[in-house]
Structure formats: structure tokens, C-alpha cells
Design a protein around this ligand. Structure first.
Ligand code: PEP
Ligand code: MN
Length: 342
């Protein structure tokens, strides 16, 4: 259910509607828009009879939301959400006319590797550095990440090069630590339906990058994001990273059709990760071009200074100089769409 307020409704009127909703044992989510505020209601088990709310000053109407997701839906907020990610060298803006590039290794391996790649990324002028300290690996015998020492290396790179950090939490325990170091908390594909982790991320004050599960439908993907918003964290970036299909020429099938499908249904920004989406270095540039052309709000790219020695995902990692070329090409495509990279 959504309560639509008049465009000239006062803050006090919005607060009063929220108070009345909460007095019914429900949760109110005021969602300010450029024209009007809508108030999402969650916590109801069945249909609600909220005629009483319609008679409150400042209310236009109460509308049932037919979709299973409410807060992520365009019904709740018509215009695109534009996120500002604070970094030591200024805000990175995501959405609207702004496209963000985040780059870095799959995993944080050691100090020399981290600093070399962070320096190369910083030199390109982009300010979001990705790298996992906790790695959800298919095999328990593969490198699992450095854990907190890896987060400390990320903090050092952040400080030295002014980079914002995007790094993954794999469970509630690691999230407690990750949120102290990260500027953006990543939730990986394998955890897209880890509901307790989603709720915990929803209680964090840091923005969340939520990857699509490898067999998740669009509704499941949006419902996972809904878990985070329902707990009060509205700073969510979706990320398409490829799904499992019968195709065997590619690690995954990068489903770029989801970008316009998300845009139609949701106000949230969506990134594309062509590294995991293809699994092969030579496909990263062409799919990055396509992702920006189809309307992605950002790219997540695996970059390594010595990909052949990488402890994870070397075959899909590009060199820093290839990232420079990628950025230059997608900048030109973005310009055609009147968008800018940052
Ligand atoms: C990653 O970004 O390194 C990662 C593990 O991604 P995904 O969850 O999409 O597999
Ligand atoms: Mn990876």
C-alpha cells in the first residue's frame, strides 16, 4: 500500500500520516520525490483497510501496490534514484546522467598487488576501487580471501589514493567488519537470497551493491533489494553479473535485457559486471560497450596488474592499460546518450 501525499503537503502532515501508520503496528517509509512524497507501508500480513488515512490532511489517496515489491517500485518513486557515494576525493554519483566505473582485482591478495592496482585505478581518475577480502568460492580449497587483514589493505589504498572501497560481505559476521572499512558493501550473487544478510545490510548506513543471483528472475532480484529497503537502507545499487544458461562459450550469460526491464519497474540504479558475466578477458570490452549502450548506470570491472598470477578470476581480469581503453570507449558511448562517466 502507498499513501500519496499532495504536492504541497507539509512535513508535519507527512509525519502525522507516518505516526498513524506506526500506531497501527505497521512500518512507514516516507519516500520524497521531486513533485510529491509517497509513504510506503510494510509489515501488513494481509490486505489493509486504510480508509482512515485517506481522510488525513495532505493525503491525496491510498493505492494498493499490485507488485510484490513496493519500495523499490516506480509506483513508490517515479524518478530515478541518484546515489552519491562519499569517497575521500569527493562524491561519486550514480544514476540520472551519471555513470560510475568501479575497478580492481577480484581478491585482495597482498600489499604489493593491492597498491599497484589501486594506484593504476586512481591514475585513470575513477574513484571506486573494488576488491574482495572475503571470497565466496565454489571450492573450499580455493583462496578464501585475506579476511580482516585484506580490509586493512583496502583501508590503506583508500587513504593513499583517495579511493572509495567496494568490498563484499559474505555473512553477518563479515558484514560487521566490512561496514567499518567499505564505502559500498557488496552482496554477491551466491548470497542474493541470504535473507538474514539482506536484512542486516538493510540496517547498515552504507550503500549496498546487490548482485543478481545466477538463476534469479527479475522479481526475485527486486524482492531481494526490497529486503534491504524495507529495513530502512534506501541506498541500493543493483548489479547484473550474468546468469546460468545452456551456453558453454561463456562462463555466464550476461543478461543485458534486464537493464531496461529494471528501469521500467524500479527507480534503483543498476550496474553491469561484464567480468563475471562473461568470464573471459576478451569479452569484457565489447560487453562493457553494450552495457552502457543499453542504459547501465555503472560498470564493475576486474582489473589486475598480473592477471596470470591472480589468485582468483585471472582469466577474466583485464590489465590497467586495457581498462584505460575501455573507459575511453564507453565515455564516447555515454556521450551519445548525454551521460557522463565518473
Ligand atoms: C566478485 O565480484 O568478485 C564476485 C564474487 O562476484 P559474484 O558474486 O557476482 O560471483
Ligand atoms: Mn571475481
Amino acid at each position: 500500500m502507498l499513501v500519496v501525499m499532495q504536492s504541497h503537503a507539509t512535513e508535519e502532515q507527512v509525519r502525522e500520516v507516518c505516526r498513524r501508520i506506526e500506531s497501527l503496528g505497521l512500518k512507514a517509509h516516507p519516500i520524497p520525490g521531486s513533485i510529491r512524497t509517497a509513504i510506503g507501508i510494510t509489515g501488513n500480513k494481509g490486505a489493509l483497510d486504510l480508509a482512515v488515512l485517506e481522510s488525513l490532511p495532505g493525503v491525496v489517496e491510498c493505492i494498493p501496490v499490485s507488485k510484490p515489491y513496493k519500495l523499490v517500485s516506480r509506483d513508490a518513486k517515479q524518478e530515478d534514484t541518484i546515489l552519491r557515494i562519499p569517497t575521500p576525493s569527493g562524491d561519486v554519483v550514480i544514476g540520472g546522467e551519471h555513470i560510475a566505473l568501479a575497478a580492481g582485482p577480484c581478491a585482495i591478495e597482498n600489499e604489493a598487488q593491492t597498491m599497484a592496482i589501486a594506484e593504476a585505478v586512481a591514475k585513470t581518475g575513477f574513484r571506486l576501487f573494488r576488491g574482495g577480502a572475503y571470497k565466496p568460492r565454489t571450492s573450499p580449497y580455493s583462496f578464501q580471501g585475506l579476511g580482516e587483514p585484506g580490509l586493512k589493505l583496502l583501508a590503506k589504498a583508500r587513504e593513499r589514493f583517495g579511493l572509495g572501497i567496494v568490498t563484499e560481505a559474505i555473512d553477518n559476521e563479515s558484514l560487521d567488519l566490512v561496514e567499518q572499512y567499505a564505502d559500498v558493501i557488496q552482496i554477491g550473487a551466491r548470497n542474493m537470497q541470504n535473507f538474514s544478510l539482506l536484512k542486516r545490510a538493510g540496517r547498515s548506513r552504507k550503500p549496498v551493491l546487490l548482485k543478481r543471483g545466477m538463476s534469479a528472475t527479475l522479481d526475485e532480484f527486486l524482492m531481494a533489494a526490497e529486503y534491504i529497503l524495507a529495513e530502512g537502507n534506501y541506498n541500493v545499487i543493483l548489479c547484473e553479473r550474468g546468469v546460468r544458461t545452456f551456453a558453454d562459450h561463456s562462463r555466464n550469460t550476461l543478461d543485458l535485457t534486464i537493464v531496461p526491464a529494471v528501469k521500467k519497474r524500479s527507480h534503483l540504479p543498476i550496474f553491469v559486471d561484464p567480468s563475471h558475466g562473461t568470464g573471459r578477458r576478451h569479452k569484457v570490452l565489447p560487453l562493457s560497450r553494450a552495457a552502457v549502450a543499453v542504459g547501465a548506470d555503472g560498470l564493475l570491472i576486474e582489473v589486475h596488474n598480473e592477471p596470470d598470477k591472480a589468485l582468483s578470476d585471472g582469466v577474466q581480469s583485464i590489465l590497467p592499460e586495457e581498462f584505460v581503453r575501455l573507459a575511453s570507449e564507453v565515455r564516447q558511448i555515454a556521450a551519445v546518450l548525454e551521460r557522463k562517466l565518473n
